[in-house]
Design a protein around this ligand. Structure first.
Ligand code: HSE
Length: 444
């Protein structure tokens, strides 16, 4: 059978990884896919640089549409990123009858419904293993390996930049701003790190996992997104003293009334494997009713780890290229006509309806009755306390200090209830600063 022909849109870090790994593995990939997979065209704005990265047989063009117009190209690999030109090119590639492989989580989390519908109508595949957790085959695991399961919840460290920053903050006792600068200097954080540090990148990824796990459309607009910019070294230290680490988690959970979909810093018990994922590594825990708890760990970014995921998609497409579209694995794991129906029974819940436990830090006047007042308000609202930690005033505010930190861990409670109690506690004259609230996930 003649080799399947691939056109790359963009040859940066990931694109060159795809080219190199594919070139190195031609023979083995042929044995796996049943035919060769060849990159025959590359489009990049910097044609000269691109020519230096590929062999002489590859046609390098500046205009991506030259790839879409070539009838010999079977698969387009989109590695441009973002929602702008990438969206137009993906839709045009689909309209031209090409299969698409993309690492673009932002595009699919925001415009996935439109893109998957266009692909289904045209009978082509849109594969996106590289969009979530880089080299970890989590999409394949959720969509195929765990297909017998009713997924209960997923919790993942799915942004390496923020995990690196949090690991450094904990290790060195440094504040966020200092570590961010260091991460940028070392190339772990981008010059504009907004999507990473504000939790947006993780929210794109958990939105995709949520859709596949629960059979609902991608709904990034309903995700709750909170990053790590407000985290202080003190909270990381207190959490450690209580037996927890703070991680930026992407969480999606099947609850009584619908689906929780959220990204925010979370306390995770130090004894959990997820709490021990350090540096830029990624990990995802999936809880299914039949399989129990499963854990996937690996590199979430980088040239060849991400290429590993892109090439897995290319091999899948090479194998399924000639199958009837209705016999292929659905883009979002469930048959497309069932997704909208599921919106009715499995709505994404507002944050006030989620149920979790909390870490609260209150800067309080160090005087009699303060603790009683605070715990009294919690008791009145039905919030059960799991642990309390109070530091010596001297330790917190220096010698002679009249202020101290009161740290409270709660049991599970509805977030709307927690919000109301925090507002009441904030009114107490002995509470001297805005209350810090960090959610806590026991993951058991
Ligand atoms: N910027 C992402 C991260 C990698 O830091 O994990 C690409 O999704």
């Amino acid at each position: 059978m003649k080799p399947i022909q691939v056109g790359l849109l963009g040859i940066g870090t990931v694109g060159s990884g795809v080219y190199n790994v594919l070139s190195r593995k031609q023979e083995e990939i042929h044995r796996r896919a049943g035919r060769g997979i060849e990159i025959t065209m590359v489009a990049d704005l910097d044609v000269e640089r691109a020519k230096g990265l590929v062999g002489p047989d590859v046609q390098v063009v500046q205009d991506a549409r030259a790839i879409l117009a070539n009838p010999d190209i079977d698969i387009v690999v989109e590695l441009i990123g973002g929602y702008g030109i990438a969206k137009a090119l993906v839709l045009e590639a689909i309209a031209a009858g090409k299969h698409v492989v993309t690492a673009n989580k932002a595009l699919l989390a925001v415009h996935g419904t439109e893109i998957f519908a266009a692909a289904s109508a045209k009978g082509v595949m849109v594969a996106f293993e590289a969009a979530v957790a880089g080299g970890i085959p989590i999409i394949k695991a959720l969509r195929e390996g765990l297909t017998a399961n009713r997924i209960q919840w997923i919790a993942g460290i799915i942004n390496g930049t923020t995990n690196f920053i949090l690991s450094e903050m904990r290790d060195k006792g440094l504040d966020f701003d200092v570590v961010l600068k260091e991460a940028q200097r070392l190339g772990y954080a981008e010059a504009d790190p907004t999507f990473d540090i504000e939790g947006v990148d993780a929210a794109h990824k958990v939105t995709l996992m949520s859709a596949i796990a629960f059979g609902i459309p991608v709904q990034f607009d309903k995700a709750y997104v909170e990053g790590i910019t407000q985290l202080g070294a003190a909270d990381i230290k207190y959490a450690e003293q209580l037996g927890y680490r703070i991680k930026l988690l992407g969480i999606t959970k099947r609850a009584d009334k619908g689906i929780e979909l959220r990204v925010h810093p979370s306390l995770v018990p130090t004894k959990r494997l997820l709490a021990n994922v350090e540096g830029a590594m990624n990990a995802v825990v999936v809880q299914g009713d039949a399989v129990g708890t499963t854990l996937y760990y690996g590199k979430g970014a980088g040239s060849e780890p991400t290429a590993s995921a892109v090439i897995a998609d290319l091999v899948d497409i090479a194998r399924l290229h000639t199958a009837d579209p209705e016999h292929r694995v659905p883009h979002l794991a469930f048959q497309p006509h069932t997704l909208d129906e599921a919106m009715g029974t499995l709505p994404v819940l507002p944050m006030s309806e989620i149920v979790t436990s909390y870490y609260l830090r209150l800067r309080v006047a160090d005087q009699a009755g303060v603790l009683a007042k605070v715990t009294g308000l919690l008791a009145e609202a039905g919030v059960s306390i799991d642990a309390v930690l109070q530091r010596e005033a001297d330790e917190v505010g220096g010698e002679g200090s009249t202020q101290t930190d009161l740290i409270i861990l709660t049991h599970d409670i509805r977030e709307g209830t927690m919000d109301a109690v925090i507002a009441q506690m904030q009114q107490l004259p002995t509470v001297l600063a805005p209350i810090t609230r960090i959610r806590k996930e026991e993951l058991n």
